[in-house]
Design a protein around this ligand. Structure first.
Ligand code: FAD
Length: 506
C-alpha cells in the first residue's frame, strides 16, 4: 500500500442537495486558509430529493464547527427540537416506546443501568425502563430545555437534535459555502470523461461549452450516482434480504398545532409511517416494501393517516437499501445517497454524511491523499454503514406484529452475525458491546431492546447481595426526580418562542 501523497488543488462537488452543500460548507471552512479551490455543480432542473428532515444530535456538533448556533439553525430552517423517536405499534397495535437521545437511570461503579433495572424487577419494581429516562419523560410531555452542560448525575443527561426543512437547511449550508468562496455552477452534467487509468478526467455539461476539471471529485448526486456508479461502475451491496422496505411516498401537511419534540415512526401493514413536526408544517411519509403493497394503496394509506391538509401531491421514492462497495474509488468520493442508503427509520442518513465529511477533513490535514488514506476511509465507512444497518434491522427483527407476511418474515429472518452476537450477549447477561465506528451508544440499544420487550435473563452478580430496601428506594427516588424535573421544564413552544425573539433581537 503506497503512502505517496497525491496533491489536490481543486475539488469539484457534484450535487446541491443536503450532502453537497454540507460537504461544500465544511470543506471550504477547512481549506479557508489554503489555496485549495472548490466548485459545486448542481442542476436546478433536476432538483434534489427534498426529504431528510429528522436528524440526530451529531448534526448540532457539525454546524457548531462552522460557527453556527442552534438558534441560527432553528430560525433559518423552521426547525423544532427533537428529543427522540416514538415507535408506535412495532410490538403490536397500541404499543409505543421512545428511543431518546439520552441515558437511562443512574448507576454505580461500572454496572450498566439495565442490570439495576433487572434486579429491580426481581424485587417487584415493575416500572418500565423508560421511567428512568429524563429524555423520554420530556419527549412524552412535549417539554424542552437545553440540557445542563454540567450535569450532576447521569439522570440529568439527555441530548437533542432537530427536525428541519431540508431545503432551507441546504440553503443555509450554501450561504456558508459561498461566503467561504465556493464557486456555484448551475448546469446539468451530460458526460463524465475518464483518464487512461479509469479515474475521472472532467465533467461536461449539456451546453457543450462548460467543462470542469478537478483533482478530486465528490459525488453528492444522490440516487443518480452520476460519478461513483454511472461513470466508475462501483458495485453496490444490496441489503434487501434484511431490510425489505424499498419505496416511500411522502407528503407535507399544514397543521395548526404545537409541534411535538419527537419524530413518530408508526409501524403499518407493509412498512412504517413517519411524522416530522416543523414550525410551519408536518412532514409525513410511508416507507414500505413493494413486495407487500403497491404504490396506489401505499399512497392511499398515507393520505388516510395524516393530520392536516396536504400541501402538494404525494412524492414517490424508490431505493435499494445498501451501500457502495467502496465509497472512495480512484479520485471520486461518494457522500450522501450516492454512497448508500439504509432507510430513514433512525434518521441516520444525514449523520452518515457528517461522518464522511469528518473523515475527509481528517484525511486532508494537508491538501493531499494517499492510497492508504483511501483504504482507511473505505474501511471506516463500511463499518459505519454496517453498524447502522444492524441497529435498524434490530427494530424489524424484534417486532411483535402478526398482521402481515412482512412482519412475520422479519421476525424469523436470520440477521447478520454481528447483530446476532450482540443480541445473544444482551439476552444472556445484559451485556452491551459497542463496536468501533458505531453511531448509536449503549443507551440507544437499551431503548430498542426494552421497547421491543427483549430483556436480559440475568444481571451483574455484583448486585446479588444489596440492601434490598435501600435499592428499591433508590429506584423510586430516580423516578420521582425525573417526574419532578419534567414538571418544572417549560413546554417546547416556549423554547421556540424564545428562539424567535432572540433571533429577531440580533
Ligand atoms: C423517503 C426518504 C426519507 C428520508 N428521511 C430522512 C431523515 O428523516 N433523516 C435523514 O437523515 N435522512 C433522510 N433521508 C435521506 C436524506 O434525504 C439524504 O441523505 C439527504 O437529503 C442527502 O441527499 P443527497 O444530497 O445525497 O441527494 P439529493 O438531494 O438527491 O441531491 C442530488 C443532487 O445532485 C444533482 N445532480 C444529479 N444529477 C446531476 C447532473 N447530471 N448534473 C448536475 N447535477 C446533478 C441534483 O441536482 C441534486 O442537486 C431520507 C431519504 C428518503 C428517500
Amino acid at each position: 500500500m503506497t503512502t505517496e501523497k497525491r496533491a489536490i488543488q481543486h475539488i469539484a462537488i457534484v450535487g446541491g442537495g443536503t450532502a453537497g452543500w454540507m460537504t461544500a460548507a465544511a470543506l471550504s471552512h477547512h481549506f479557508k486558509q489554503s489555496s485549495v479551490s472548490i466548485s459545486l455543480v448542481e442542476s436546478s432542473q433536476l432538483g434534489t430529493v427534498g426529504v431528510g428532515e429528522a436528524t440526530i444530535p451529531t448534526l448540532r456538533r457539525f454546524y457548531a464547527k462552522l460557527g453556527l448556533t442552534d438558534l441560527d439553525v432553528v430560525a433559518a430552517a423552521d426547525a423544532t427540537c427533537k428529543l427522540g423517536i416514538e415507535f408506535q405499534d412495532w410490538r403490536g397495535k397500541g404499543s409505543s416506546f421512545i428511543h431518546p437521545f439520552g441515558l437511562f437511570g443512574d448507576k454505580q461503579q461500572d454496572i450498566g443501568f439495565q442490570h439495576f433495572w433487572s434486579k429491580g424487577q426481581e424485587l417487584g419494581e415493575n416500572a418500565d425502563i423508560s421511567q428512568y429516562s429524563l429524555g423520554v419523560s420530556l419527549a412524552k410531555n412535549n417539554k424542552f430545555t437545553p440540557p445542563n452542560p454540567k450535569p450532576k448525575s447521569r439522570l440529568e443527561i439527555f441530548d437533542w437534535a432537530l427536525h428541519f426543512d431540508a431545503v432551507k437547511f441546504a440553503a443555509l449550508m450554501k450561504k456558508v459555502a459561498t461566503q467561504n468562496g465556493v464557486t456555484h455552477i448551475d448546469g446539468k452534467i451530460s458526460e463524465v470523461t475518464l483518464c487512461a487509468d479509469g479515474s475521472i478526467d472532467s465533467l461536461k455539461f449539456e451546453d457543450n461549452i462548460t467543462s470542469v476539471n478537478a483533482d478530486l471529485y465528490i459525488d453528492c448526486s444522490g440516487f443518480h450516482g452520476l460519478l461513483i456508479d454511472k461513470a466508475l461502475n462501483t458495485p453496490y451491496i444490496d441489503w434487501t434480504q434484511w431490510l425489505l422496505c424499498d419505496r416511500a411516498v411522502s407528503v407535507q401537511t399544514h397543521v395548526d398545532e404545537s409541534p411535538i419534540t419527537r419524530t413518530i415512526a408508526k409501524a403499518k401493514q407493509a412498512g412504517w409511517q413517519w411524522r416530522i413536526p416543523l414550525q410551519t408544517r408536518q412532514g409525513n411519509g410511508y416507507v414500505y416494501s413493494s413486495q407487500f403493497i403497491d404504490k396506489a394503496d401505499a399512497t392511499e394509506s398515507l393520505l388516510n393517516d395524516v393530520k392536516g391538509s396536504p400541501l402538494h401531491d404525494p412524492r414517490h421514492f424508490s431505493f435499494t437499501p445498501g451501500r457502495r462497495e467502496v465509497a472512495w474509488n480512484k479520485n471520486c468520493v461518494a457522500v450522501g445517497l450516492s454512497a448508500g442508503f439504509i432507510e430513514p427509520l433512525e434518521s441516520t442518513s444525514i449523520a452518515l454524511i457528517e461522518t464522511a465529511i469528518d473523515h475527509l477533513v481528517q484525511t486532508f490535514r494537508q491538501p493531499a491523499y494517499s492510497a492508504a488514506d483511501v483504504q482507511r476511509f473505505n474501511e471506516v465507512t463500511r463499518d459505519e454503514y454496517e453498524r447502522v444497518r444492524d441497529f435498524i434491522i434490530l427494530h424489524y427483527k424484534l417486532n411483535g406484529r402478526d398482521d402481515s407476511e412482512l412482519w412475520c418474515y422479519c421476525r424469523d429472518m436470520p440477521v447478520p452475525d454481528t447483530l446476532q452476537a450482540k443480541m445473544d450477549e444482551y439476552q444472556r447477561e445484559g451485556k452491551l458491546t459497542r463496536y468501533p465506528w458505531e453511531i448509536f451508544g449503549e443507551d440507544s440499544w437499551i431503548a430498542v431492546y426494552h421497547g421491543l420487550e427483549f430483556y436480559p435473563k440475568g444481571y451483574d452478580k455484583r448486585l446479588a447481595r444489596v440492601d434490598e430496601a435501600m435499592f428499591v428506594d433508590q429506584l423510586k427516588a430516580m423516578r420521582t426526580w425525573i417526574a419532578n424535573v419534567t414538571e418544572q421544564v417549560p413546554p417546547h413552544e416556549a423554547f421556540l418562542r424564545y428562539a424567535k425573539q432572540a433571533q429577531a433581537a440580533k
